[in-house]
Design a protein around this ligand. Structure first.
Ligand code: SAH
Length: 353
């Protein structure tokens, strides 16, 4: 039975489910979830990501993390963590770029947070030799200094959607209509988490919350504030999201998010204002466009150095990849970077407060 049929049967029996429950089932159902059953990345998959586009992305992130480690006195043992590492490409590029930073590898304990058994196996192959540890939840991260990166992880966390109704909000639920999964509205109710949105919304406007993202962020920022470290959170979204940003992608093409649960990637824009608001007791940087961040870290110089050894199609692909990561009309502006760091430390290179 398909996951769609499972969900229709469940909803018909016990009533509509929240969008967050739907997203969690579609992405991470133990046997029929999107991530649990496949490697979705790359040109033959459903979508691609910055580390899969060019090695320069991971190299610059690696050097940024290593510089903050040096700035904070180079602690001799720390957790080097990645949330949702995909194929392990970003971590492999981070490790290669930091090989010549004295003491960094000896001090780093590579730790990966991954829900998908398929991707865990892929990461084990890519990162063989680095002896990574895997965890299922950020609460399992060891207490101690933490350097962490998350690229396109927060966009996969389950969201709730609410429609403004006077002074209250009606949550959007997934129900069944004419044998199809469809969205409906719950009864109006106050939502404490949305008090700040009373000023910038009108009746009928849709806003989104992501409680799972707030919990993850608080676990990470608590460790960084107490033990030292830094986090780089890279994702698409903006300072404050408004409207329905849920999207489904299959085979690099947008599809209906409710047509084929478990077969399409589901994501929503990250609300960086909500993440920054949960950063205390750690400090947070300004939300910075990916293109600006990578330019400040020196991507153009790195691109020119790599270009020296390339020609023909490989050179064209390299130039296109540089543009894709940084140009405002490509990923440069849509993707943002938020840095977390201890309140008494400097922000990571490329970011400011
Ligand atoms: N960071 C990678 C992959 C992004 S895809 C890259 O940039 O290429 C999203 C990743 O997050 C996948 O590895 C997916 O399996 C993982 N993931 C999604 N939800 C998760 C959750 N709740 N817990 C742990 N991992 C999760």
């Amino acid at each position: 039975m398909s996951l769609r049929d499972d969900l229709i049967a469940r909803i018909s029996q016990s009533g509509p489910i929240s969008l967050a429950t739907y997203m969690a089932e579609a992405l991470l159902h133990p046997t029929k979830g999107y991530y649990t059953t496949r490697d979705p990345l790359g040109t033959s998959g459903d979508f691609t990501t910055a580390p899969e586009i060019s090695q320069m992305f991971g190299e610059l992130i690696g050097l940024c993390l290593a510089q903050t480690w040096l700035d904070q006195g180079a602690p001799d043992r720390f957790t080097l963590a990645e949330l949702g590492p995909g194929r392990g490409t970003l971590m492999a590029d981070i490790l290669r770029a930091t090989r010549s930073v004295p003491g960094f590898h000896a001090a780093a304990h590579v730790t990966l947070l991954e829900a998908s058994p398929v991707l865990r196996a892929q990461q084990a192959a890519t990162l063989a030799g680095s002896n990574p540890a895997w965890h299922r939840s950020v609460t399992d991260l060891p207490d101690g200094p933490l350097w962490l990166v998350a690229n396109e992880f927060f966009d996969a966390l389950p969201i709730h959607q609410f429609a403004r109704a006077g002074h209250g909000w009606r949550e959007r639920y997934v129900g069944v209509n004419d044998g199809a999964l469809t969205l409906g509205l719950g009864a109006p109710a106050p939502q404490a988490a949305l008090a700040r949105r009373m000023d910038d919304t009108n009746d009928g406007d849709i806003v989104e919350t992501c409680p799972a993202a707030i919990s993850v962020l608080q676990e990470v920022s608590g460790r960084i504030a107490i033990h030292g470290g830094a986090a780089l959170i890279i994702d698409y979204g903006d300072w404050r999201s408004l409207g329905d940003t849920l999207q489904a992608v299959q085979d690099h093409t947008p599809v209906d998010p409710f047509a084929t649960p478990g077969q399409a990637d589901l994501t929503a824009h990250v609300d960086f204002e909500a993440l920054a608001g949960a950063a205390a007791p750690a400090a947070h940087s300004r939300v910075t466009p990916q293109g600006v961040f990578l330019e400040r870290l020196g991507i153009t110089a790195r691109a020119q150095a790599l270009a020296q050894n390339l020609n023909g199609e490989a050179l064209d692909a390299h130039i296109a990849a540089h543009r894709r990561l940084t140009h405002p009309e490509e990923m440069g502006n849509l993707f943002k970077v938020l840095g977390l760091f201890p309140a008494d430390a400097a922000p990571p290179p490329g970011l400011n407060t």
